[in-house]
Design a protein around this ligand. Sequence first.
Ligand code: GLU
Length: 446
Amino acid sequence: MSKPIVRFAPSPTGHIHIGNTRVALLNALFARREGGTFILRFDDTDLVRSKQEYADSIETDLKWLGIAPDIVLRQSERFDLYDAAAEQLKDVGRLYPCYETPEELEFRRKRQLARGLPPIYDRAALKLTDEERATLESEGRKPHWRFRLDHTNVAWNDLVRGEAHVDCGSLSDPVLVREDGTYLYTLPSVVDDIDLKITHVIRGEDHVTNTAVQIQIFEALGTAIPTFAHHSLLITASGEGLSKRLGHLSVKGLRDAGLEPQAVASLAVLVGSAEAVRPVADLNELAKLIDFSHISRAPAKFDESELEHLNARLIHEMPYEIVRERLVALDADLGEAFWNAVRGNLTKVRDVAEWAKVVRGPVTPVIEDRAFIDAAAEVLPDGPWDTTTWKAWTEAVKTKTGVKGKALFMPLRLALTGLDHGPELGNLLPLVGPERAKARLSGQMA
Ligand code: GLU
């Protein structure tokens, strides 16, 4: 296979969500694995709804996910190319002017439905004479432009769906250019795919019908047709599709919630594939798991709570070198032994602050049985302490008091940490150190 050239083409009209990361990652990681090129294309032909702020946030989100586009471009800077293609289509009679108002179209649609006919555009405008067109224009009507479809069955070999086909005889000729001269998505996308020599169009299955139309446009423009892969879309556990309305599933929302990019990426790529959804810490490893032919055709259902599980599992294995800078920023860098001691108790990295406080203090000890804690304090070994100290100490407490098991460990934990849960005390105790431990056992906040 020659090196793939792929693109992720969001409209910068809102923040992207976890579903959009699926398409972004499938493209970016496929390109990365095959040594290809990943293009970020902003579909911003809608100059009113597109905002720089959203384009910036999409770039921030991709960067956070660890994917860097090789090329970034904006459709709003490429209108000349689209104009030239539109002219080419007009010249060959595939793009034709229509003058109907929305009300007229709606009236005809209803009439067709009432007659039991499919509500597709009847091509009345194709029958207009030059004179009739001139009259309409002299009345101040401006044309919108439709692409004349061939009423054929368009088939392609989809990398996800296998043999795919759409009967274009059942479709209305799509409007490519609006009355005010602005472009709908359909044509600019094809023009850019041609210009950038896109080899694979990897996108959501909501574009399957567009693909049939766009294949006809590629053909009408006389160029080769890329390979298509239409992946399933993500839906929530309650079966809801994702929309920009679900703000908490926006990439920004997930980031703000303290989730790791790899947790988001692992879920986005693996859900609805043949691979078990599991945390994959390295994007190159995740890239190896992409197999278009194994992406399910059914919508990929995921539970938001899975993200937290994946996150926790990633953190439980996360090496100190990788997280160190973030610990510094959280003022919780107490060294590798500390990180290794507490990571198994974290769901989010930022929760580490709680355990740094347990180590450094101040901790308000919880002491229910004063006599037992006093007895334990008496046999507390002297420093220097290491990871064997806890065992030696609890053995001594057991010998002295006859108490064992949970009745022994829980009061000590409550006294030393103020909490009834947490990392293994064998690891924590040497970090707390003898001075603070003694103070806490005596009931002082330390
Ligand atoms: N802007 C389109 C979208 O976000 C791009 C679709 C495509 O990949 O061609 O759905």
